[in-house]
Design a protein around this ligand. Structure first.
Ligand SMILES: [Zn+2]
Length: 412
């Protein structure tokens, strides 16, 4: 298969893919990969295969094609291609919750010699890095990376990237419990889809609706949460988007749990759990198990709650997500307290405080916790976060957390 035919076949696959004939598209692309001797074409087709498998939630295959793509980029001896393929490798690892690997491959990307594509892809590298730091609950670095990605998006008029960063920021603020911002950013993403998204894939709309649903649920606006989640799920089903289906099921379950309808919540947690297991989203499994545990606590079936917590704790430790570990210790603590088991209770209190230290989830001004209950937060330019009220009361301009480290030698 020569250069022209390769090009034609890639195009044919793209058309099939865009009209939702995914399996047929994959067949066409796989044939190109088998038959074509054109290196450029092989590189492009590998990119298509990475994207398609990512959207279907087949992350292990995604990773496999990303690795082959790096070899092809090396054969092509082109810095832009090498960067693109390393970004794909970073993203595959992000999807598989291999967050340390993601960060390390993102750093590889940033260390590659500066190229034209570098400017464009730099924002996407920062976004992936931010997602990985968020996965590890390293909040300051996550925020720093997201803000960098946002700057790239603005400087390059890249509304698609801005939309994705806004969704990640929504997730960030949902985790540190500034629910106002957790809703603001996905609303902003939905606005971008309305204003610029005529030619975009519907998954951007679905993604922003999902993040809005999460924020509405946390704010207690369960009707709006339901509406957004249904909208998102509808698109996810049309597109065979398994990863998003799992997230929506998890959100539905949380909404029903918030309503006190545990009967309806349980089967949805189960469905979310089985898709997340199938695709390898271990962090999603942790969240589903945490929801299940809360349901059992509400029913006062404490031993079943402890079972779910133990499974979740193992997975959370595996992927290195500190915030889930913190929440799980907190829930265990309350269970052992009601059982009157002092020794177990104390062990979880100790582990809980260790997690608070490691996640730095306290305000550097008042010393009280962040992320325990809904409160308005504000970040300083260094990306350390504080209670908004504490910053206003103190009128501080320099960060109390990094005052020393950010001081330039000339100031000393
Ligand atoms: Zn404070």
């Amino acid at each position: 298969m020569g250069q022209d035919q390769t090009k034609q076949q890639i195009e044919k696959g793209l058309q099939l893919y865009q009209s939702n004939q995914t399996e047929k598209a994959l067949q066409v692309w796989m044939k190109v990969l088998e038959k074509s001797s054109d290196l450029m074409g092989r590189f492009r087709v590998l990119g298509c295969l990475v994207t398609a498998h990512s959207e279907m939630g087949r992350y292990k295959e995604m990773l496999k094609f990303a690795v082959v793509q790096i070899d092809t980029a090396r054969e092509l001896e082109d810095a832009d291609f090498l960067l693109e393929s390393y970004l794909n490798l970073a993203r595959s690892n992000e999807k598989l919750c291999e967050f340390h690997k993601t960060i390390s491959y993102c750093k590889t990307c940033l260390g590659l010699p500066g190229t034209r594509a570098g400017a464009q892809l730099g924002g996407q590298v920062s976004l992936s890095m931010g997602n990985a730091f968020l996965g590890l609950s390293v909040f300051q670095k996550a925020l720093e990376s997201f803000e960098k990605a946002l700057r790239y998006a603005h400087n390059n008029d890249d509304a698609m990237l801005e939309c994705r960063v806004c969704c990640s920021l929504g997730s960030f603020y949902a985790q540190v419990k500034d629910y106002e911002k957790a809703l603001f950013f996905p609303c902003k993403a939905a606005e971008l889809v309305n204003d610029y998204g005529k030619g975009w894939s519907l998954k951007y709309r679905a993604m922003s609706q999902y993040h809005m649903a999460v924020a509405y649920r946390l704010l207690g606006h369960l009707g709006s949460a339901m509406e957004c989640c249904e909208e998102s799920m509808k698109i996810a089903l049309q597109h065979g988007d398994r990863p998003l289906q799992a997230l929506c099921l998890l959100c539905f379950a949380d909404i029903h749990r918030s309503r006190g309808d545990l009967e309806t919540a349980f089967p949805r947690y189960d469905s979310a759990m089985s898709i997340m297991t199938e695709i390898g989203n271990r962090l999603g499994q942790v969240q589903a198990l945490l929801g299940v545990a809360k349901c059992w606590v509400a029913r006062k079936v404490l031993d079943k709650a402890l079972d779910a917590i133990e499974r979740a704790q193992n997975l959370a430790e595996e992927v290195g997500n500190k915030l889930s570990q913190l929440k799980l210790h907190c829930l265990s603590e309350s269970i052992y307290r009601s059982k009157g088991l002092q020794r177990e209770l104390r062990a979880h209190v100790v582990r809980f405080h260790e997690c608070v230290e490691e996640t730095e989830l306290y305000c550097g001004l008042c010393g009280e916790s962040i992320g325990e209950k809904n409160s308005r937060l504000q970040a300083l330019p260094c990306s350390h976060i504080f209670h908004l009220r504490c910053l206003q009361n103190n009128g501080t301009r320099s960060c109390p957390n990094c005052r020393r480290s950010s001081m330039k030698p000339g100031f000393v």
